[in-house]
Design a protein around this ligand. Structure first.
Ligand SMILES: [Zn+2]
Ligand SMILES: [Zn+2]
Length: 323
């Protein structure tokens, strides 16, 4: 981002075809995955694809094959954009693992734009009484974090460790605390640690600090492979460590005895299902999940990504499209 930042460009917007919605963007969250795509950690699927996959907007027009939403409805677009619906994973309710799944801002233009096309079956209905900038981070940071939290199998009232405290972590922490978990946060940034304390963490430490008690589960949000053995050492017998990112630096060598024995589980998270999204949005309507938002103008997408890369953002970054 420092040498080849994003550039604004004009593209012709096609009419929505089939089950597509043409959506006017109100706001779009900035995710670490956008940064991984912009910097080439994840290989591009098509050149010059517009990033952004936490989109809040309004339906402007719909293709003739869908009546799921009306013009003017507020909808969200998230990371998962398409699946085959027929493979063994799709049929088993694990569409996040569909080998031909497609992604917003990777396979098709995303929400760092004034408008985008969204397949109606993959759009979410969004409430009117929450601001677009507060809703946007729920659509990836919230959903993926929710899936990661479910995959921890955290017992009621259990101790949850969180490594890295960015956008997804600070939303997931709010869900876990609302569900009665005790929260232990290790993070590099002082601002992130202050945010963790304010949200109600019982213990806050630096990146690789050891919590004072054995954890029931931990989620590693930071894309740092060297935190994997650290988290596995911090969970007690039977504990689970979940890796929430799409990309991670190399995981160092581990020993069976120190890191996995005593039935510790190590799990990853891959994308999300639509069910994860619906559940998280329902949950967000019941318990108040409020991101700490830094808002950028639409034309400042390059600055938002640079700030994310440099660790200058505490909470979630969101692009707001003024019109
Ligand atoms: Zn499939
Ligand atoms: Zn994302």
């Amino acid at each position: 981002m420092s040498t080849r930042p994003l550039v604004a460009t004009e593209k012709r917007m096609p009419d929505p075809a089939g089950n597509e919605l043409l959506v006017a963007v109100e706001a779009c969250g900035v995710c670490r995955t956008d940064l991984h795509l912009a910097e080439g950690d994840l290989p591009p699927h098509h050149p010059r694809t517009t990033p952004g996959h936490q989109v809040v907007g309004r339906v402007v027009a719909a293709g003739s094959a869908t009546d799921r939403f009306a013009v003017g409805d507020r909808v969200g677009a998230a990371w998962l954009r398409g699946t085959c619906g027929e493979c063994r994973w799709c049929r088993a309710g694990r569409e996040n693992l569909c080998p031909t799944s497609t992604y917003t801002g990777w396979d098709a233009d995303g929400g760092f734009a004034e408008q985008l096309l969204v397949p109606a079956p993959y759009a979410y209905r969004l409430p009117e009484d929450v601001s677009a900038t507060d809703l946007a981070p729920l659509l990836c940071a919230g959903i993926i974090g929710y899936r990661a939290l479910r995959r921890t199998n955290l017992p009621a009232g259990g101790r949850l460790g969180v490594y890295g405290f960015g956008s997804s972590a600070h939303l997931t922490a709010q869900v876990a605390l609302a569900q009665g978990a005790e929260l232990f946060v290790a993070s590099r940034g002082e601002g992130d640690r202050a945010l963790a304390r304010r949200l109600g963490a019982s213990w806050v430490g630096a990146a690789a600090d050891r919590p004072p008690v054995a954890l029931d589960a931990a989620i590693v949000f930071a894309p740092a492979g060297d935190l994997v053995p650290v988290a596995l050492e911090a969970v007690g017998p039977g504990g689970t460590v979940v890796l929430a990112g799409i990309h991670m630096s190399t995981i160092p060598a581990m020993t069976y005895h120190d890191h996995l024995f005593l039935e510790r589980d190590l799990r990853s998270v891959t994308s999300n299902t639509r069910r994860d999204g619906e559940e998280l949005l329902r949950l967000a309507g019941r318990i108040e999940i409020r991101p700490k938002v830094t808002t950028y103008g639409f034309e400042s997408a390059d600055r938002a990504l640079a700030d994310l890369a440099a660790g200058r953002i505490s909470g979630s970054a969101v692009l707001a499209v003024e019109r």
